[in-house]
Each structure stands twice: as C-alpha cells, then as structure tokens.
Design a binder for this molecule. Structure first.
Ligand code: PAN
Ligand code: ZN
Length: 187
C-alpha cells in the first residue's frame, strides 16, 4: 500500500511570506491606531489610510489545542519621534503564551506583565522570543526596512486590546539621533 505525500504550507525565512492555498491578511492603517502614539498632532498629520502593518496568517483549525501561525510585517517609520509599532495586546485567555521569531529588519518586542512592569527584547533575523502567559506584547520597528516576525500562538488565546487602554509603560523614540526607551509618566 502506498501513501500520498502531502505538500504542507511554506514560509520564506527571508521575509515571512507564506505559500499556501489559503492565506488570511489584515492591514492596519494609521487611522486604526487612534490614541496609540503619544504625539496626537503628528498622528493626525499622517493620512489615515497609511498602512502601518500587515498580518498574514495561515488558515488553520480553531479550538482547544489548535495553533495559529502568522507573520507580522511592520513598516519602518515614525509618528513624531515615536517608531511605528503594533497596537499591542494581552491575550483574552491571559494564561496563553506565544512564540515570535525575528525574520527580517530590526526592532524591539515590548513585553509587559499585569503589574505594569515592562521590558524590551531586541528583534533581529533569527531571534526567538518566548512570550509567557499573562504578558502583553507589542512589536516596534526601529530600523529602516520592514520588520517581519513569525508568530505561533494558541487559537483560543484571543486578543484583549481594551486591557491596555492606559497604554504600555515604555515608549520607544528617536531622541538626539538615538533609539531610546522612555518611561511613560501618566500611563
Ligand atoms: C500577533 C499580533 C500582530 C498584530 O499575531 O496580533 O503582531 O498586533 P496587534 O494584534 O497587537 O495589532 C499576535 O501577537 N497574536 O497573538
Ligand atoms: Zn499575541
């Protein structure tokens, strides 16, 4: 008896693009990110249809025990002095973790626990980031090319954006020509 060999989906490690029959993509534009960047005047000056990041995902099973695989492509740029970043979230199911892999470009992964303690990990091609449960996460592009990171997370994790209405405790800005992380004063 012979068994067929199925062709699985593929990912190009140079840029994070998938080859598969069903790829789901979602673009987040500047206009979707109200209240995220600290310089509201600079944010309003950017056309609302400016694409900031795109997520491409494989279409996969949902439910307890199932996994999602997706790549985030975050454009380079700044709103005022603050580097482009993803909205950032806790998982709705707080205990669920995630793994990010840096593929191209350079940036930072901002992690923050429920006590509001934040830390930054450098993201670069080949970096591996284990995001524990109970930890909010946001990608920040501090480079000059697209930052692409592959992620694997439980399909039941969900996204809780509202829990971060106060924002993260750190902002990453270009100050005196240097990439600097600054503590946010009033949340
Ligand atoms: C990622 C993120 C992706 C976009 O797939 O959803 O980077 O960021 P926001 O969801 O914060 O806009 C992930 O962490 N999934 O759980
Ligand atoms: Zn996540």
């Amino acid at each position: 008896m012979t068994f067929p060999f199925f062709m699985p989906p593929g990912v190009a490690f140079t840029n994070g693009h998938f080859t598969a029959e069903n790829i789901i993509t979602k673009v987040t534009h500047s206009g979707d990110l109200a209240g995220i960047f600290h310089d509201q005047t600079a944010w309003r000056a950017i056309p609302s249809e400016t694409p900031i990041y795109q997520v491409e995902m494989l279409s996969s099973a949902q439910g307890e025990g199932e996994l999602y695989v997706g790549t985030t492509h975050l454009n380079p740029g700044r709103v005022g002095d603050e580097f482009y970043m993803t909205r950032g979230h806790f998982h709705q199911r707080r205990e669920q973790g995630e793994v990010y892999f840096g593929l191209r470009g350079s940036g930072l992964l901002l992690l923050q626990n429920e006590q509001g303690e934040a830390r930054l990990e450098e993201v670069s091609p080949g970096s591996v980031h284990i995001i524990p449960g109970l930890t909010a996460h946001r990608l920040i592009n501090t480079g000059t090319e697209v930052l692409s990171a592959l992620a694997v997370w439980p399909s039941i994790a969900g996204h809780d954006y509202a829990a971060l209405a106060q924002g993260f405790a750190l902002r990453v800005v270009l100050h005196d020509g240097k990439i600097q992380a600054k503590e946010v004063q009033n949340g």
